[in-house]
Unconditional design. Structure first.
Length: 199
């Protein structure tokens, strides 16, 4: 019993340390950018030892990947909350898109996921992360709309997902730079509706 409790306590401490490192790294990557953030800065901000950092992450790049994964997961959770399973298909795609843009408005998120992410992890690395999160939600919405007959049966789902995802990313960057979120949302809705007219 004591051994199990000790193992649980060690596991809890380990998970807490990992979370502290990710939170500290996130703050610094947003404030200073990936290139200008040094691992000693992260260790100091997290209040842990250098050994603890390298126990959890092979290097700064691996820590950045964990930050990006956590951010992408949060975005996908926001999308899923905005468009639950019982939402009509078109409305789910629109609501999901709006939720994506709202989630990406969190300060620093576009920098992490759309600018530094591809630069640090490569386009392929970021695509893998996106495929587990926001792109997965978008692909599922498009597939559901195809099965429901609201989008053409022969619609190339992966291509539609990739292109719509790119449009949403571009909108998020433009909105962060001061663009009109409502205008971008309106045009993205027109793009989604346009897919239904491809027959």
């Amino acid at each position: 019993m004591q051994q199990e409790s000790a193992r649980r306590s060690n596991r809890d401490r380990s998970e807490t340390t990992r979370a502290e490192l990710i939170a500290a790294a996130r703050r610094l990557f947003i404030e200073k950018g990936y290139a200008d953030t040094a691992t000693p800065d992260i260790v100091a901000a997290a209040g842990v030892t250098r050994g603890a950092l390298y126990h959890h992450f092979a290097d700064k790049k691996a820590l950045f990947a964990a930050v990006a994964e956590a951010e992408a997961r949060t975005v996908a959770e926001e999308i899923d909350r905005a468009a639950p399973d019982d939402t009509p298909t078109r409305e789910a795609l629109i609501r999901g898109g709006e939720a994506y843009l709202a989630a990406m408005a969190e300060p620093g998120r576009t920098r992490l996921l759309l600018l530094d992410g591809p630069a640090v992890l490569g386009r392929g690395g970021m695509d893998e992360i996106d495929d587990r999160h926001a792109a997965r939600s978008l692909r599922a919405g498009i597939q559901f709309a195809v099965r429901a007959g609201e989008l053409p049966r022969d619609l190339p789902v992966d291509v539609a997902t990739q292109l719509l995802s790119s449009a949403f990313d571009r909108a998020a960057l433009a909105i962060e730079a001061g663009g009109d979120a409502r205008a971008y949302g309106k045009v993205l809705a027109v793009l989604i509706d346009g897919l239904a007219r491809l027959d």
